[in-house]
Structures are given as structure tokens and as C-alpha cells.
Ligand binder design. Structure first.
Ligand SMILES: Nc1nc2c(ncn2[C@@H]2O[C@H](COP(=O)(O)OP(=O)(O)OP(=O)(O)O)[C@@H](O)[C@H]2O)c(=O)[nH]1
Ligand SMILES: [Mg+2]
Length: 362
């Protein structure tokens, strides 16, 4: 499992690790997970050609049997040597509710790698008071801390975004706060530090230790502060349109509105897939905090006439505000573009109720 808070770079890392293993001759099966359905992450990973199953409608811990079923389905399809699973970015207590139950019930079938927890260094520096800037409230930060507390490997990602001194301060802080974890530094985007990290994931099994304590009331309240929105919109224009321009305009409008309403964005991600073509081509845009620029990480080769837009937005704010913001942004699209909303769900995640909670493997 590759965990970490919303927007830390989990899906990007899952894709990089999957590629690394495939290049080494191993077959991979990927499992994505979300509180809602219609996932950007699944679209992204499938666009890269990896066998991917998604578990919508709740986190792994609360849908433990679906996780095992997804592994079974992938096994039927392609018999993967390795499964890589991405848990929901607002989820914690994964050792007690996912890896230990897997080991106890299915220990013969799977061997479990150490748990990596990824960190976006700008977000982490704010959480640990090393820098100023937009932040989340206390109960959301509780979840952030808990995620790191259970990590075997804390992986500071996006090292390309931080100066050397600031990075050293963050690394020292994390090492001091979480002495049981090994702290690594990588830039998945620049392919830096990956050999060492991937080696540690693939060469070792997770060491069993006593699991952390979690206050499920604070955890539930923290999760419920995060508004969640997943939407699917059909876009078309008779004379064609550029994916990049549309994604940038939508992302910019959503960002401006949420900034104005002081709703801190955890992750806004959107994919646009053309209706025609081989199904692999996709344009992707992401924004991981209010005061950053929406980043286009993949674009289409040329203009298209129609396509499917998937919007996944997670921000600390009222889900109703998220809905209005997204609908306003869609309505604000250029006049020659027709937008048809196929699916929209907006909610606060419910209280996590794990299927199993195993506190000790002895
Ligand atoms: N600068 C930089 N950006 C990165 C790096 N790795 C990932 N990102 C960007 O971070 C953003 C979020 O990446 P994702 O992989 O979608 O993050 P995630 O953790 O899967 O997000 P959720 O599934 O929403 O929790 C994207 O814009 C990525 O391109 C990196 O090494 N450097
Ligand atoms: Mg992801």
C-alpha cells in the first residue's frame, strides 16, 4: 500500500512503481479506492495501460472484503505478481484495519510490504508549523499525524519544490516526531530517489509492531470536515475544443471561488478523455492547495469534438459549496462548448467503521 494525505502523489507513485516492476518483468495489478465513484485515479492508471480495479464508496478498512475481491478479480484477469493499492488520502489506521487482517486471514496468499506514507513537503511544512500558508483545521491535522505515525517508510515527495535547507528542516522534524519510521526523500516527477524507495518496498516484509491508538470520534469528525465531490460531465463542441484550455479555465474558476470562500483545497483533479480514439489518451490537471497553480500533467495531441470530463474535488468546506462552485464553473465554460452533467455526488465522508481491527499479530 502506498498511503499519504490527499494530493501527496500516491497515484503518481503507484504508476511509477508499476512501471518499475513491469520493466523488471513482473506483472502488476493496481487497486484504487475512494469514498465516491467515478475516479480520476482509475482513469489515469488505466490510461497508462495497467490492469486496475477500483473500490468505490468507502475506504479499504471499511470495505475490506471488496479489497480481497478486487485482488481476486485481478488474479483471474492477469495473475499479477504484485498488487499495489492506493488507500483514500483521508484514511488512517491502515495497519490495524487492512494489513494485519490481511496477514492474519490471508497470510498464506499474500506477503505484505512495508507501508509507505507519502508527504507533500509544502503541505507538511505548514502542518508542522515550519512555514505559513493555507492550512486545515485541527481534526483534519489529527488524521494527517496519525497517517505518519503508522508509517514504516515516510516518503517526502516533490523534493523538487523545496530548497535544500527547508527540506532538511522537514526531514529532521519528521524523523524526530516519528522515530519508528525511516524517512526518505524522492521526487517521483523527476525520477529521483526511487530506486532506494522501491527497493525497500519490494525487498522487505512489513515488520509487525503494536498498532497505534486512534480516537475514532476525532478521526470521524476530521474526515467529515472534508467536503467531497465527484462529477462526470460530457463536453462537446461542433468545431472542436482544446482540452488544455478548458481544464485550465475550469480549474482556475473553481480555485478562485474556493479561495474567496476560504475553503482550503486538499486536491482538485480532473481528467478529460476523448470519446473517439483508443481509450488510452487522457488530459489531466491537478491542484493540491489554494495558493498554487493548477498543473496540467498530460495533454491531448490535438483538439477534440467531444469527451468525458471527470472531476474529483476534496476541500475543507461544505459539500454544497463545492457543488455550487463546480456547477458555476461548468456554466461559465465558453459558449460554443456544450456541457451535460451525467453524474454528481457531493458529501462528507461518513464515520469510518472498519470491518476488522487487529491490534496485535502475536
Ligand atoms: N512537483 C512535483 N509534483 C508532483 C510529484 N509527484 C506528484 N506530483 C503532483 O502532485 C499532484 C498530486 O498527485 P497524485 O499522484 O494525484 O496525488 P494523490 O496522493 O494520488 O492524490 P489523491 O488520490 O487525491 O489523494 C499531481 O499534480 C502530480 O503531478 C513530484 O515529484 N514533484
Ligand atoms: Mg490518487
Amino acid at each position: 500500500m502506498i498511503g499519504g494525505f490527499l494530493g501527496a502523489g500516491k497515484t503518481t507513485s503507484v504508476a511509477a512503481l508499476a512501471q518499475h516492476l513491469s520493466d523488471g518483468g513482473q506483472k502488476v495489478g493496481l487497486i484504487t479506492n475512494d469514498q465516491g465513484r467515478e475516479l480520476v485515479d482509475t482513469a489515469m492508471l488505466r490510461a497508462k495501460g495497467f490492469a486496475t480495479e477500483e473500490i468505490p464508496g468507502g475506504c479499504f478498512c471499511c470495505r475490506f472484503n471488496s479489497l480481497v475481491d478486487a485482488a481476486g478479480k485481478l488474479t483471474e484477469q492477469s495473475r499479477p505478481d504484485v498488487f499495489i493499492a492506493e488507500p483514500v488520502g483521508s484514511c488512517t489506521d491502515l495497519v490495524a484495519t487492512v494489513t494485519y487482517p490481511l496477514r492474519r486471514i490471508y497470510g498464506e496468499d499474500f506477503s505484505i510490504a512495508p507501508l509507505s506514507v507519502l508527504v507533500d513537503p509544502i503541505r507538511a511544512a505548514r502542518i508542522f508549523d515550519l512555514s505559513d500558508g493555507g492550512n486545515f483545521s485541527e481534526k483534519v491535522i489529527y488524521i494527517y499525524h496519525k497517517q505518519l505515525e503508522e508509517a514504516d517508510l515516510i516518503v517526502i515527495n516533490k523534493t523538487d519544490l523545496l530548497e535544500t535547507d527547508a527540506l532538511a528542516d522537514l526531514r529532521d522534524k519528521l524523523a524526530k516526531e516519528f522515530p519508528d519510521a525511516k524517512v526518505l526523500q524522492v521526487s517521483v516527477r523527476n525520477n529521483e530517489g526511487l530506486e532506494d524507495w522501491f527497493g525497500r518496498i519490494t525487498d522487505a516484509e512489513q515488520i509487525a509492531r503494536t498498532v497505534m491508538e486512534v480516537d475514532y470520534n476525532i478521526y470521524a469528525e476530521g474526515e467529515a470536515l472534508l467536503g467531497w465531490l465527484n462529477a462526470t460531465v460530457q463536453l462537446s463542441a461542433r468545431d472542436g475544443f482544446e482540452a488544455k484550455a478548458v481544464l485550465q479555465q475550469l480549474a482556475g474558476d473553481i480555485q478562485n471561488e474556493l479561495q474567496e470562500q476560504s475553503a482550503e483545497i486538499a486536491h482538485l483533479k480532473m481528467t478529460l478523455s476523448p470519446d473517439t480514439g483508443l481509450g488510452r489518451e487522457v488530459a489531466i490537471i491537478n491542484l493540491v492547495r489554494n495558493d498554487f497553480v493548477p498543473e496540467l500533467s498530460a495533454d491531448l495531441a490535438g483538439p477534440i469534438e467531444s469527451g468525458q470530463l471527470i472531476i474529483n474535488l476534496r476541500a475543507e468546506g461544505d459539500p454544497e459549496l463545492l457543488r455550487q462552485t463546480v456547477e458555476n464553473a461548468a456554466a461559465n465554460a465558453p459558449t460554443d462548448l456544450t456541457t451535460k452533467l451525467d453524474h454528481l455526488e457531493h458529501f462528507r465522508p461518513g464515520k469510518p467503521e472498519p470491518t476488522h481491527r487487529v491490534t496485535d499479530l502475536m
